[in-house]
Design a protein around this ligand. Structure first.
Ligand SMILES: Nc1ncnc2c1ncn2[C@@H]1O[C@H](COP(=O)(O)OP(=O)(O)OP(=O)(O)O)[C@@H](O)[C@H]1O
Ligand SMILES: [Mg+2]
Length: 260
């Protein structure tokens, strides 16, 4: 019995071919060198947790992957296609990359259901009826089906983040980016969002997750990538990273997050 169940732990989940590939990516904000020669390959079905001190470039890295930020040099490819500069090709590629941010960024004047149906009808050309059916199923899946007609402000932070996940999933993304999705939440709401993320991982979604939630990393991540000063300083499996980090910078960072 047990062998046939989907297990959340990373070791039991297969990983496929390269899906998101960053090669020699550099980015400056003015004179600030925020991404320094980033090389990162995320495979289909892989869950990568990105961790590191404030200002190390984690959010910028996420934002370059769906081209909310441009890069100065290097390449980023998704499923073998280089990120286009602009236009329809960019919109199409962006639909492949779902993103959930730290701050709840739902459309404030639209209902929960409309938040989830908007992308599929406008960008993917789904009929309203099909988009509603899909949205209801996704809201059910993240546990907020009974909130469909409310406005975002009428929901708790944890519920809003789960709607944000449903909204991203409605586009059938190939990869999901999460940028500190639980760091603005009250403690009692963190787990309800992490649980949804763990189940997504268990279903084989490719995920890049900026988070300091070690429990999530240990349970769901194949790999932890540690950034500092715009560089990937080290990467390893979660257990090795948290128990025996190889760099002084990672040891120093972990001693700080573990003591509060
Ligand atoms: N639009 C911008 N213009 C100028 N500088 C920026 C911009 N966005 C980010 N930065 C700077 O780039 C650096 C990296 O920022 P980034 O937000 O990627 O860090 P982070 O690792 O996500 O930090 P945090 O943990 O605080 O979210 C920081 O020094 C930040 O101040
Ligand atoms: Mg950030």
């Amino acid at each position: 019995m047990a062998e046939t169940q989907v297990k959340p732990d990373a070791a039991s989940r297969p990983i496929g071919e390269p899906l998101v590939v960053l090669e020699h990516v550099d980015k400056h904000f003015g004179s600030l060198h925020v991404l320094k020669d980033i090389n990162l390959t995320v495979r289909r079905g892989e869950v990568v947790v990105v961790i590191g001190p404030s200002g190390s470039g984690k959010s910028t890295l996420c934002r370059t992957i769906n081209r909310l930020e441009t890069i100065d040099s290097g390449t980023i490819a998704i499923d073998g296609t280089r990120l286009p500069e602009e236009g329809r090709a960019l919109a199409r590629l962006r639909a492949d990359v779902g993103m959930v941010f730290q701050s709840f960024n739902l459309f404030a004047h639209k209902s929960v259901l409309e938040n989830v149906t908007l992308g599929p009808t406008k960008v993917k050309g789904l009929s309203r009826a099909a988009a509603r059916t899909k949205a209801n199923a996704l809201l059910e899946r993240v546990g907020v089906a009974n909130q469909a007609d409310k406005l975002p402000a009428q929901l708790s932070g944890g519920q809003q983040q789960r709607v944000a996940i449903a909204r991203a999933l409605a586009m059938d993304p190939q990869v999901m980016l999460f940028d500190e999705p639980t760091s603005a939440l009250d403690p009692e709401m963190i787990n309800e969002v992490l649980d949804v993320m763990v189940s997504l991982a268990a279903e084989g979604m490719t995920m890049i997750v900026v988070t300091h939630e070690m429990g999530f990393a240990r349970k769901a991540a194949h790999r932890v990538v540690f950034m500092d000063g715009g560089q990937i300083v080290e990467e390893s499996d979660p257990e090795t990273f948290f128990t025996a980090p190889s760099s002084e910078r990672a040891r120093d960072f972990l001693s700080k997050i573990l003591t509060h």
